[in-house]
Design a protein around this ligand. Structure first.
Ligand SMILES: Cc1cc2nc3c(=O)[nH]c(=O)nc-3n(C[C@H](O)[C@H](O)[C@H](O)COP(=O)(O)O)c2cc1C
Length: 361
């Protein structure tokens, strides 16, 4: 079975969205939005919100960003204590303000020893946590205490525009040799925009290189069953797929990909209890109005007030693409100044367009 992973997205991949995805049956791993290590260590007023883990707790991967290894290692050690699968190092973000500061994809472009030092320091921090933390084994016949295993992973791109294939694979080999246990490849270069087709052939080659070593996950442009199947046909040796943007536009995407429905049965999921999934004339439908309203309600519960407006806007910038008059409702939502206004605006759209409310799963 291929893994299905919710991708990290700054301002979007937080507890409020995770809760909705969990209600739809969940996915295998939740990467958090990138957490700035140096800021996190200040324990400022907003930082604790990044570490909320009430839903899908055991499946969370804490993604770190930063320009220096020391705070990243310290932060990794702290976040290990929040549980979850482990720590991910962001080596893929190519937003200019990130890489120019020495973070994100800059780690693929710095002198190799510097990046190696980062990986080793974070690996050591995780190991020291693992070695000091005992948990009960999963073996119900013979329960005994074992060391905790928090994983180290890296999410990366191909590199700069003039990257060389061999050097890229060599870089990945260095990560593996220094204890990285999973790689997620978003196969675009630093400057390649999301509109450009991802180069899945590099995922396949990397997966073949890492066969019997560590899992390689494909990321980029998976948005429905057809694109999932296309991606898997191009990279059959990948161990799974990470979905970022579509997990915000359609938090039910993992459910829609079919696997979750069969495993859990639609009737078993929290989405039915909460009215996100309804049955009509033998079809199972998503109530997109209720999901949107739940997202706003979750902002109140799980985000600091100072973030409400911008996080509502970032979400609806994707979510509105579900609707026939997406541009119209998007511009109205992006102009809302309060969550109350956003709720009223969103609700009124379905008075005008009742047919947009449901989507067949
Ligand atoms: C709004 C937004 C925020 C993102 N933030 C992050 C991030 O915090 N960390 C990261 O590694 N990638 C980030 N990405 C990149 C995505 O995780 C993913 O690699 C990219 O969107 C391609 O996957 P997709 O086609 O499934 O969206 C972000 C992308 C978007 C659109």
């Amino acid at each position: 079975m291929k893994k299905l992973i919710a991708g990290p997205m700054a301002t979007l991949s937080h507890q409020g969205l995770r809760k909705i995805i969990e209600d739809f049956g969940g996915c295998d791993e939740y990467y958090t939005e990138m957490i700035n290590a140096a800021s996190f260590l200040t324990h400022g007023q907003f930082e604790s919100f990044y570490a909320l883990n009430d839903f899908g707790r055991e499946k969370i991967v804490w993604q770190l960003t930063g320009k220096d290894s020391e705070p990243m290692a310290k932060c990794a050690r702290e976040l290990c204590a929040s549980g979850g699968i482990g720590i991910d190092l962001n080596m893929g973000c190519s937003a200019p303000e990130i890489y120019k500061s020495g973070a994100g994809i800059a780690w693929m472009l710095k002198p190799r020893e510097e990046t190696e030092r980062l990986v080793c320091e974070v690996r050591n921090a995780i190991d020291s946590f693992n070695n000091q933390t005992l948990v009960t084994s999963n073996d119900s016949e013979n329960p005994h205490l074992i060391h905790r295993h928090q994983r180290l992973s890296v999410k990366l791109r191909l590199g700069d525009e003039n990257f060389k294939e061999d050097e890229f694979y060599d870089f990945c080999e260095m990560l593996y040799k220094n204890g990285v246990e999973q790689l997620v490849l978003h196969p675009r270069t630093k400057k390649e925009k999301l509109a450009r087709p991802p180069r899945y052939q590099f995922v396949e080659q990397l997966a073949l290189n890492m066969k019997d070593k560590i899992p390689v996950i494909l990321n980029g442009n998976v948005k429905d069953v057809a694109s999932y199947e296309n991606a898997m046909s191009k990279a059959p040796d990948a161990s799974g797929v990470m979905i970022a943007r579509m997990s915000a536009q359609k938090p039910w995407i993992f459910c829609k990909l079919g696997i979750r429905n069969e495993e859990l049965g639609i009737g078993a999921s929290g989405a039915v209890e909460r009215g996100f999934l309804v049955e009509k004339d033998g079809d199972v439908l998503v109530d997109r109005f209720k999901v949107g309203m739940e997202y706003i309600a979750n902002l109140r519960l799980y985000q600091p007030k100072e973030f409400w407006e911008t996080r509502m806007q970032r979400f609806f910038a994707y979510y509105c693409d579900n609707f026939s008059f997406g541009h119209y409702i998007k511009s109205k939502m992006l102009n809302c100044k309060t969550l109350e206004e956003a709720e009223k605006t969103f609700e009124s759209y379905f008075d005008e367009m009742p047919g947009d409310r449901y989507e067949k799963i």
